[in-house]
Design a protein around this ligand. Structure first.
Ligand code: UT7
Length: 330
């Protein structure tokens, strides 16, 4: 059976209005603008409003993507939401979004893979398209990370922001759109980035609240090392599978966790830093949402052109790595 192609037919993103600057953070914890900028590249991040939830961020990005594809929500057959900050563990984020969008025909499920979920969602959605199961798939990566941020921990609270990115996947001619993917998990490193009291092993209780165990824990140093080693490796594997080289890549859209990781990966891959999209100064680390926000930015400002070859690379909790090479067909 010859597989169908799968291309992105619509793209959108959303960031909440409220902005938290490095100067604001200086008033909350013992930090400085200088430390944050030199260690991360971040200057400000967007923060979810009190009357918004993660599903609202997902909905706003989805509406833009649907509009971009010239579609209505009722045309959707499948909705995949990537998030670690769903409104509730269940009903799922995708089920909540289905209702909010009025996408009554759509099947739904979530991907709780953390910062790789935008890539994981696209790769998974593409499987349904390529075998002919569905023709209209919405993939949304949305995070309300500041709701699970420990505002007493300066080593993490300066990093995170909120936002959402969404794509509509549709069939294309064989060989078009998504060209390759590689996904890898190094579960031994799971302890380095976790939400300790969040599931059945340790349901949130008074002890968890007292110890901030319902908030993000990260050993940034270990994750940094794993990212700098792992990103070039998984990117090379995805390029090899797509039969392309670093020289062919027009844009690298990577998880926006740290500007130094973006630069190190670019240098190790031999790709011009100008081709590695960086908008971390405006949004901070929005986990799963970051790559949707970055891809949408180069689409909206006209940098991304039809026919461009895009390398997407995600990394994060798990420890997971996911990469895909796609031809931009829009
Ligand atoms: O999205 C999921 C994936 N996440 C990532 O990829 C994150 C990867 N890790 C990182 O980006 C970096 O490790 C961080 C940005 C989190 C930290 O940067 P670093 O250069 O690795 O700093 P560090 O943790 O080694 O800390 C260096 C120093 C320490 O002080 P001492 O022990 O040298 O005296 C920290 O206490 O910086 C101190 N420090 C701070 N100082 C001012 C840590 N956070 C802050 C802060 N302001 N916010």
């Amino acid at each position: 059976m010859r597989l169908r192609g799968c291309s992105i037919a619509g793209l959108g993103s959303y960031a909440p209005e409220r902005i938290l600057t490095n100067a604001d953070l200086e008033k909350i914890v013992d930090t400085t603008d200088e430390w944050i900028v030199t260690h991360t590249g971040m200057k400000e991040r967007h923060i979810i409003a009190d009357d918004q939830n993660c599903s609202d961020l997902a909905m706003e990005a989805s509406k833009v993507a649907l509009d971009d594809a010239g579609m209505e929500a009722k045309d959707l057959e499948l909705i995949i939401v990537g998030t670690v900050t769903s409104d509730t563990l269940f009903p799922s984020a995708s089920a909540v979004l289905e209702h909010k969008l009025g996408a009554n025909r759509a099947a739904t499920f979530d991907m709780v893979t953390g910062c790789t979920a935008f890539v994981d969602g696209i790769v998974t959605g593409a499987q349904f398209i390529q075998v002919g199961g569905y023709d209209n798939v919405l993939v949304v990566a949305a995070e309300a990370l500041t709701r699970i941020t420990n505002w007493e921990d300066r080593s993490t609270c300066v990093l995170f922001g909120d936002g959402a990115g969404a794509v509509i996947l549709q069939p294309d001619e064989p060989g078009k759109g998504l060209l390759s993917y590689v996904m890898d998990t190094q579960g031994f490193a799971g302890e380095f980035l976790s939400l300790p009291s969040s599931g059945s092993a340790w349901p949130p209780d008074e002890k968890a609240l007292a110890e901030n165990a319902t908030k993000i824990y990260m050993n940034g140093h270990e994750i940094f090392k794993m990212a700098v080693r792992g990103v070039p490796d998984i990117a090379r594997q995805a390029m090899k599978k797509a039969d392309v080289t670093s020289a062919d890549i027009d844009w690298v859209v990577m998880h926006q966790a740290n500007k130094r990781i973006l630069e190190a990966a670019a240098d190790r891959l031999g790709i011009d830093r100008e081709k590695v999209v960086c908008n971390i100064e405006k949004y901070g680390n929005t986990s799963a949402a970051s790559m949707g926000l970055a891809l949408d930015e180069i689409y909206r400002d006209g940098r991304l052109q039809t026919g461009d070859l895009v390398l997407l690379v995600g990394f994060g909790a798990g420890f997971c790595l996911s990469a895909t090479v796609l031809r931009w067909e829009k």
